[in-house]
Structures are given as C-alpha cells and as structure tokens.
Design a protein around this ligand. Structure first.
Ligand code: FUC
Length: 780
C-alpha cells in the first residue's frame, strides 16, 4: 500500500483560483472555466471511492494516481458472471390463481409464501457484474514527491496526475476513448530519460498473463459460475506500450521500460459477449484490431479525437449557480465541509459530474448504466451491480433527456427491446399471458423472472416503468421513426397487463396481483398485495403512452380502445385518513412497520410521472407532500435524490435545497463524488442531477416551467442548453432570486406554454426558431 508521504502543496489550482473574488455569479461571471469543472486532490487515492472514474461507455478505469505505483482498475461492461440462461418457472402459472385468491382473502403472508415457493426464478439469484482486474504501473521505490496534484477534468474527460520527484516533474494523462476504443495512459517528464516504469496486471478473476512480442502484455481469462449459472465468457485485456528513448524489457509477466522520455500505454479490452443469447465473439480479434488501429495514431491525435467526441455531448449544457471562496478547496475538502459551507458551485459540479458519468458509462452500442455505472472492482458486487428496475436503473436515466444527453439513452432502449423478447417467455411461461414482463431486476442476460425473494421480487411492473423512458425519449425528441421502432415493445408491455389485470373484490377496479409497493412491508406482515398505488400509476402512464403512440402512428385502433377501457378501470390515486397519498389500495400507511422507508413508490405519480401536479391536482399534490413529510428526508443516497425531485415538483425551493445539501454531504457523497447508498451506487449521482434540473426547469402539465424551485442560496446564475418536452432547448438567466430572461429554441419546432410563477406565455416556434422572453416583474 502506498504511504501518504506526498508534500501537500498544490501549484496549479491554487494559482489559478487565487484571483477568484469572494462571490461571483451570473452575468458578471466569466463562463465556468476549467477549474469549475474539475475534481482535484492533493493526495493519491487509497480507497476505491477516492479514485477517479474514466470511461467510454464500454470500457472503464478507476485511476488511483499513486506516486510510486499507479493503479488503473479496469472494467469492460459485458464482463458478468454466468452465461445465457432461462429463469422462467413453469410452476408459477399453476400457483397463480391460488396466490391471487389468498391475496383477495387478505391472507397476504400465505400468498407471499406460496409465491416464494412456486413463482420465483430458477435460479432465484442473478449473476454479478465483474472486474477485469488492475493494470499496475510501478515507478520506483519512493512515494515521496512534492507539488502533487491529481484531477479529473469533466470538460476534457481526462484524469491527470502531476508531481515533482528528484527535481523532475512527472505528468500522467489518462482517458478512455470512445473514438478509438482504448484506455490511454501517457507518461511524460520534463527531463529526458527520467521515466522508469514496470507494467503488470493483477486480477481476482481466473486469468493468466502472457507477453506477445516485445511490447504487448495480455491478461486473459474466463468469467465465473454463480448460482449454478454456467460461465460462458472469455475476456482479454491487451496492453501495448509505445515509448520514446530508453529501453523495454518483457520479463516475468511484466513489461519494464527504463530511461524513457515518454511512455504511451494503450489498453483494449473485450469479451466474447455479443448479445444476451449469443457469446460467439472473439475477444482476441477485437482487441488486436483496436490496438492495431489506435497504435498508429500519435498521442495528440488520440487525445484530440477523444476530447472532441466528449465535448460534442458534454458542452451542450453549462450551469452557473454562483461561486464562493469555498470552491477554491480540493474536492474532498469541499464535500467534508458541505454541511456548513456556502458552496453553490459544489451543486453545479455535482450536476456536471453526473453528466460526465452518463457520457462515460452509457453510449450507443454499450450496455446501459448499471448500479455502479460501469465501475466495479469486485467479483460479486453489491446487489450484483446489475439492473434494479424498481427505481435504480430508471433513476440513472432521469437526467438524460433534460440535460441534453439523449444519445446516452440508446443502450437503455436497446435493453428494453431485448427484454421485450426474453420477457415474452416469462409472460407466457409464468403467467400464460401475451406481451412481455420484467420484474424488479434484470442483468446482462436479460433475465426477467422474479428473483431474490417474493417479498422483493414478486413485482411485475419493472418493464412497464422502463417503457416510460422509451416514450420520454420520443416526447423530448419527437422523432416519429424512432416512435415506430419502439412502439412494439411498448405495446407488448401493455398487452401483458391487458391479460393479467384482475378485478379486486371491493371496488371492482382492475389491479395487478400479486404485486407490492416496492420493497415496503404493509401492516399485514408481507409486502405482497394487489394493486399498489405505484403499479396503478405506472400502468396508467403505459396505457396513456400506448394510446398516444398508436394515434401518432395511425395503427391498432382495437388495441387502443382496449387500453382506454381498462385504463378507466384502474384504481385512482387515493388520499388516506392522515391526509397522505395512499401507498396501497387500502389506507394502511400509518400502520406500516417502516414508515420512513427509503422507497417512495406511490409518489411516482408526482415524479417522474406528471399524474400529480400542483396546478392540475392540488389535493393529490398536498397529499403527496404529506406523504413526503411522513417519510422524512434522511435515507439512502438514491432515496434522498428521489426526494429532491419530489420536493422540487412541489415548488418547495428552500426545503429542496436542504435535501440537495444532504445528498452532497460526506455521508452520501464519497471523496470522488460517487454517491453513497452506502455502499457506492451511481443512481444518486444521476437522481441528484435530475433534481437540480427540476429546481430550475420543469416540463410538467404541458408547460415549460422556469425556476420552479429556485432556492435563496442560488441567488444569481444561469443555465444553458437544458431540454424540455416537445423538443425545446431552454436557457435561463436569473438575478437576485428572480428570472431575468429565458431563451427557448424549438429544435423540432412546435407550440409551447412557458410559465414563470403565475405568468404564462404561449409560443409557436418553427424548427430551429428561437425566442427570448424577459421578465419585467409581472409578465413574460
Ligand atoms: C433496491 C433498493 C436498495 C438498493 C438496491 C440496489 O432493492 O431497495 O436500497 O438500492 O435496489
């Protein structure tokens, strides 16, 4: 382990920041410069949650930045345990009528026990996402250095390390290129011949290292079996060294460079995974081709292409919430101080970091962002680092459309298309139904049956929730060809419910059964129930979106009519005796054992859905507020993040800001700014960014609402490049707590209603047309 004997003196950052005035913001501020978009530290990472993530959507690395030893912990996003498998359970269909009967007789625990015995996936667990291992670079015996600094520049997506040792200044730059499909590490020094470094691998995976020729080092191995699911993957990491000056020796599983002026290390990684049902890929051929192509390009060309591609996405949005002296501190110190400091720029950094992370872990052609994005150092990660679709995966994508990263949703769309196929098998085998279903988790193998235990897994609405993202992608972009492409998956998800909704005995509403309000126990000793509020809301959205989509496309009149008929018979959202929004069909909330439960599933209707709005359904909005108060704000990282979005929808600016602060505190934000469930789970990063958007701009109730929850701590500022439903881009500037101006661009064009406080303005914009609205204190 590296000792922390680095001298704690920064040069670059201190000098650059010294000139910053005490509080600058809004119009007087120069556009956020490089430092406003940097995470930086005065010491190397020791813990994994201090290391800095880089990624190209498919490949990831955690950069530790040690002086004597660099560690790049490597990931490839298809390296999971197991292989293709079918978890459907034919016994489930037989047990279904009896489980339903028990639920409607009020024998909830008996129903849950029977579901546990007969209806769960075989096997009952899902395999985990796994690490490739580490690239270890040993520089020398001493970790003594001065002028040490490491940082991650969100604007260039480059992690850097700089220090002086024996009078030589060393610099490392690291990035994962989406253009060239390699992880790049470049080492330079300001004295010729000063670089001596040995490159080796270390991995907890089954694997072996071999050299190929003089300058290539391979790590090759297999994934592992988990829960009886047989391993079917091979992985390979291919390191190639290119150096100037000095010499290179390959020995005992390492490549050692000595006396070099400059060293460039390129790492390609691949597995044989091609699709959830196809593992015929050739990792050796893939990495060979990628390294061959990348190694003929000079470093400057690799770097420039990477930065250009990153900035094409990242630079679409700029956010300035103002800055104070607090922003001059290293990132870990800012997080430590965040509960008492006035540091609005930390929230802006958190927001941009989430955008950086999404660009780095979810790009067209890659796997979707899993529970840890794509960064994981374990063989068995917390909750398998897979896809929990009763909140977490959806939350990962909440900021994608509004923060102008629509392309990043494409892996999620692709996954839903896969689930529409694998989930059709589960619908048929487990329920005897048409369409497709996914329960509360899925994985690389697109498994869709209920897992873990009936009390967590027996929830049939995960796929339906994901379909909201398919629709939202259309609603923000208004691309009809895309709508036609995803419509079959939406329709299939709806068909499952057309076939499986059953009439409950009291009101004769149509409900899911068995189901649950995700992971929350009701007062009858189980979570299993019929028609929880969240299901009714999700299915209402699904039917409504299917109706709208089929109308847009001019297809399926009969299906549309069936959706409308059944939608009218879904239970309404109800208000309970305590004035709260009821979580279940019956008014059980105040007797539930965990009243401050992290999941706030019944508030789906308020956010992310728009079924409950302040202006449209004020009584339900007030009930949702009561439920939020009863639940409390202190929770796991993602659960706090959800609460930010909900409080913002209620336009409770100061309260919302308090919850943002809670999320940014050291108990919920690690030194590298990863969200702490704890442990690390990336959903809080994305949910937090989405919450910050909701404070500044909402697309709700057919309106574009400006600054709906602007807290006094963000007095003066601006945001550029957010997106609103209907295909609009919006820039907003505010000063002294009030709107100054907003610029609306009609990307596909169309009509919009813009609101600020009680003032509204109707706009009609041609494609690409723009309009600037100014606030004069009364009207827009
Ligand atoms: C759900 C949550 C947990 C955790 C897990 C990955 O089960 O209830 O808190 O986030 O997903």
């Amino acid at each position: 382990m590296l000792t922390r004997r680095v001298l704690l003196q920064t040069s670059v950052a201190t000098a650059a920041l010294a000139a910053a005035p005490t509080r600058v913001a809004g119009a007087q501020t120069p556009p956020p410069g490089a430092d406003a978009l940097k995470l930086w530290y005065r010491q190397p990472a020791e813990a994994w949650t201090e290391a800095l993530p880089i990624g190209n959507g498919r490949l990831g690395a955690m950069v530790f930045g040690g002086v004597a030893r660099e560690r790049l912990q490597l990931n490839e996003d298809t390296l999971y345990a197991g292989g293709p498998y079918d978890p459907s359970n034919p016994e489930a269909l037989q047990a279904l009528p009896q489980v339903r009967r028990l639920v409607f007789e009020g024998k909830y625990l008996d129903a849950q026990n029977l579901a546990q015995e007969k209806m769960m996936a075989r096997p009952i667990r899902m395999p985990s996402y796994q690490t490739v291992g580490d690239l270890r670079v040993t520089f020398g015996p001493s970790s003594f250095a001065d002028g040490y600094q490491r940082d991650l520049d969100l604007d260039t997506a480059i992690a850097s390390v700089r220090y002086r040792q024996d009078g030589v200044t060393y610099t490392r730059e690291m990035f994962a290129s989406a253009v060239d499909q390699v992880v790049v590490l470049r080492i330079t020094a300001d004295r010729p011949g000063a670089i001596t470094a040995a490159f080796a691998y270390e991995t907890p995976m089954p694997g072996a290292v071999r050299a190929e020729g003089q300058d290539v080092l391979l790590l090759e191995g297999r994934n592992i079996e988990q829960f009886g699911i047989q391993p079917a993957l091979r992985y390979q990491a291919r390191l190639k060294l290119i150096f100037r000056g000095g010499r290179l020796v390959a020995r005992d599983g390492e490549l050692a460079v000595s006396g070099a002026d400059e060293v460039l290390a390129l790492v390609a990684m691949a597995t044989n995974y091609r699709r959830y049902d196809d593992v015929t890929g050739d990792p050796d051929a893939i990495t060979t081709a990628q390294i061959t192509a990348a190694s003929v390009k000079p470093f400057a060309a690799l770097r420039a292409a990477h930065v250009r591609e990153h900035q094409r996405l990242f630079r679409r949005v700029a956010l300035d919430l103002g800055a104070t002296l607090a922003a001059q501190q290293p990132t870990d110190a800012r997080i430590r101080a965040s509960q008492t400091s006035d540091d609005p720029a930390l929230a802006a950094l958190y927001f941009q970091y989430a955008r950086y992370l999404l660009v780095s872990c979810s790009r067209p052609g890659t796997q979707p962002a899993n529970l840890q994005g794509l960064w994981n150092d374990k063989l068995s990660a917390p909750w398998g680092s897979k896809y929990t679709i009763n909140i977490n995966t959806e939350m990962n994508y909440w900021p994608a459309e509004p923060t102008n990263l629509a392309e990043c949703v494409s892996p999620l769309v692709a996954m839903v298309k896969d689930l529409a196929v694998s989930g059709a098998r589960t619908a048929r085998v487990n329920y005897g139904a048409r369409g497709w279903v996914a329960h509360h988790n899925t994985d690389l193998w697109r498994a869709t049956a209920p897992i873990d235990a009936a009390r967590y897994g027996m929830w049939p609405t995960g796929g339906a929730w994901l379909c909201k993202h398919l629709w939202d992608h259309y609603d923000y972009g208004r691309d009809r060809a895309y709508l036609a492409e995803i419509y079959p998956a939406m329709k299939g998800a709806a068909e499952f419910f057309l076939d499986t909704l059953v009439e409950e005995p009291t009101h004769r509403w149509l409900v899911t059964c068995p189901s649950m309000s995700p992971e929350n126990l009701h007062p009858h000793g189980a979570s299993t129930c019929a028609g929880p509020t969240m299901d009714n809301q999700i299915i209402r959205d699904l039917f409504a979106n299917c109706i709208a989509a089929s109308q847009q496309l001019g297809v399926d009149a009969a299906f549309r009519a069936e959706c409308a008929t059944k939608m009218a018979r879904l239970p309404p959202s109800q208000i309970g005796a305590a004035g709260q929004l009821q979580e279940w069909l019956e008014d059980w909330d105040m007797d539930a054992p965990e009243r401050t439960h992290r999941h706030v599933s019944h508030l789906y209707g308020l956010f992310p859905s728009e079924q409950i709005t302040l202006r449209g359904t004020p009584a339900l909005a007030a009930a949702a507020k009561r439920s939020l108060e009863l639940r409390g704000d202190l929770s796991t990282g993602w659960a706090i993040a959800w609460r930010i979005n909900l409080w913002a929808r209620l336009a409770e600016a100061e309260h919302t800001h308090g919850v943002v602060k809670l999320l940014l505190g050291p108990e919920r934000t690690y030194p590298n700014m990863f969200d702490a469930h704890p442990p690390f789970q990336i959903d809080g990063n994305f949910g937090g960014a989405s919450g910050i958007v909701e404070m500044l701009l909402q697309s709700v109730g057919g309106e574009i609402v400006l600054l709906p929850a602007l807290p006094s701590a963000w007095q003066t500022g601006s945001v550029r490049g957010l997106r609103a439903r209907g295909g609009f881009e919006v820039d907003v500037t505010w000063r002294n707590g009030a709107l100054r101006s907003a610029r609306i661009v009609g990307a596909p064009g169309g009509a919009a209603i813009v609101r600020y406080r009680d003032a509204t303005r109707r706009l009609s914009l041609a494609r690409g047309g723009r309009r600037t609205l100014r606030w004069n204190g009364r009207t827009l």
